[in-house]
Write a protein that binds this ligand. Sequence first.
Ligand code: UD2
Length: 318
Amino acid sequence: MTMRLRQIFYFFLLGMFVGLSLSGLIYWVITSIWFGNHLTGNLGRTDVASVTQWLAPIVWEGTFDSTVIDSIYKQQNITVATTVFALGKYTRFLKDFLESAEEHYFVGFRVHYYLFTDQPEEVPNVKLGQERYLTVKKLPSMNRWQDISMSRMGILEKLIKDELASEADYIFCLDVDTKFHGRWSVESLGRLVGVIHPWFFDAPRFIFTYEHRPESQAYIPAEEGDYYFTGAAFGGSLKDVHHLTKTCREQMNIDIANSIEAIWHEESHLNKYFLHNKPSKLLSPEYLWRDISMSSGYVKIIRFSHVAKNNAEVRPNL
Ligand code: UD2
């Protein structure tokens, strides 16, 4: 090739490079500035389902933009009531629960904890941030952990009806033998919110531990059910959670009258409720993992997890 031809060739290559870079830049400017993100948003996950068959979002890391969602809720001046029960030896979990919540849970938003216990003197003195409140409520002690767990529904029903109407916009009801490890915030809010149980999110339906005895009000036939939800965390608007807790309490009372206790207590009734009253938002097991030390696969960030405990040692009965 002559010198001249070589120069033309290099010039052509340079032209191609500059041309392609310029078109890329122009494309980027048009798509992200002109259209914004609505056509080009790259949020979403392909390895997990992020929407249910009834079009409710399933919240996983990578499915939301925290800056955008925070700014939306910041304008709404919301209060999130958060209930937790600590009776008997479960008061030992309170310190970690509250301290980690102050670090990760609805940070920058108004949170009012309602703490139910039989030993108010055991409630640790945890420094709360601005616009964070704690109300301690005394309960009588109970002899069976199953009764403690189940009684929560009726107590929450009453709390919402009697006290929360003008006090809060949303409510979350959480187990206390837990700890926050990462952000749990406004992306979790919805009308009716269920958390997919960490043991069953990747399991087939026949493994789900629904109540399968038709005598119980929590009965779910083998061919029904979409997800298995944990009883350790649920929430939503006051109205919806009031209806949920009232229904579960009524169903449990019918079971008591018929001398039957559902296999997983109020969790079984919660699953029955969600079968017929579909949650408007589902939280992935990031929002209730088994134990921080367990490997997690699809779970890229553990936001909230159970803490390892010796059931025989902490519970009042077996
Ligand atoms: C499962 C559920 C739990 C509940 C229970 C009912 C998960 C991961 N957890 O938890 O939400 O549905 O089964 O069968 O799905 N408590 C006390 N003192 C006690 C015993 C219990 O305060 O002596 C309270 C405490 O807030 C605790 C909650 O009741 O977090 C549930 O009890 P649990 O955590 O011992 O029940 P567990 O782990 O089997």
